[in-house]
Write a protein that binds this ligand. Sequence first.
Ligand SMILES: *Cc1c(COP(=O)(O)O)cnc(C)c1O
Length: 458
Amino acid sequence: MEFKTIIEPFKIKSVEPIFLSTEREREEYLRLAHFNPFLLRSVHVTIDFLTDSGTSAMSSEQWAGMMRGDESYAGAQSWERLEAEVKSLTGYPYVIPTHQGRAAERILYGHLGGNGKTFISNTHFDTTRANIEFSGAEAIDIPCKQAEDHESDYPFKGNMDTAKLDALLKQYGKDRIGAVILTVTNNTGGGQPVSMTNAREVSTLCKKHGVMFVIDCCRIAENAYYIRHREKGFESTSYRDIAVEMFSLADGAVMSAKKDALVNMGGFMALKNQELATACTNLLIITEGFATYGGLSGRDMEAMAIGLREVFEDGYLKYRVKSTAYLGERIRAKGIPVMYPIGGHAVYVDAGLLYPHIPAHEYPGQALVCELYRIGGVRAVEIGSVMFGKYDAQGKLIPAPMELVRLAIPRRVYTQSHIDYVIEVFDEISNSRSAVKGLKIVKEPQFLRHFTAHFEKL
Ligand SMILES: *Cc1c(COP(=O)(O)O)cnc(C)c1O
């Protein structure tokens, strides 16, 4: 029989203490962090939902792999294991290891980009956009229309708008396009999945126009879960085979292994084209390391190879997706506006709707992340006008399309009672919503300002 209760499909072998603090102490920590949770000390955080990136708990198999790690400079066995795993998963013949996703992005998009080039994506993740823009190229997001409607339960809100893609490819022409990037799942767009049908359409259009198609595959296992359970024709396909099929549609992939490879550090790119792979390898050697380690230890590569297998296990993916939905559904039931349906790795709260009295230039999302910390020691991240806002020529803020706050769930780290605690914190968030005030930025860097900006309360 199928039980209603979905248990964590693991037992705990090693534990880490959690820091508890009083509201008074947290107010002080927040002030010292200039109201930017990125600047908090982790020991001052009770539940850390800042990111699901690099925060996974590794399995006993992965830890055993760490001991087997071959630390030879060149041609290490751990590299051979990783390369074989990535080749068999992606089907691409050239694998280039990097210390994390953005290193692969800088190399690949730096090479394909530059002044006058354009990249098109369902939604560029922040580091993807930053690397593209840093090269001098432009990055255009074309999410599908359903992505805007928070209440719609459209099953694949991560899809790309393929009619727009066709029009843009016609308008720009092959020579101006750096690449078309499909981010699965669509992290910035709410962790929403992309359908196989959509990936096929994107693939067909890229082939028709002769442009490169890259998959940002950070969460391709979570995406495969949704395809199997929501898209016709995949009911009996394994999660891994679904991923294999999606890779077969593209020319290359970039991965931050800190997500669905279940490790704390790592990344890679995998490519079909030999010439491009050679150019990227040359760039890799300048800043990351030799072609068979790219800034990683042998043990990191060993753990990645094992994680890339474990992440496709049925029990793991079911627990992963259902436990994230558990948090989202319960706070939604309390009247907290969340992006719906709940995505795989995170719950996205619409702070613009939660705090309608705070305008975009007073950063409602930043106000919510500060409240979550102040009330419950919960650390989350703003994904709104702090992260994606721009200034026009007059220095006026051009807000992001949505003022979101992401509660990203680390993989295999928290148990249900931790999640129940967070659900309770939202009772107070809800009760005190009308009294919350916005913030202003008092210090910011030019790129990726959300990491280091300083704020003051209004
Ligand atoms: C995390 C992430 C990246 C960047 O990877 P890092 O390992 O953090 O450098 C790129 N794209 C997406 C979709 C991501 O989630």
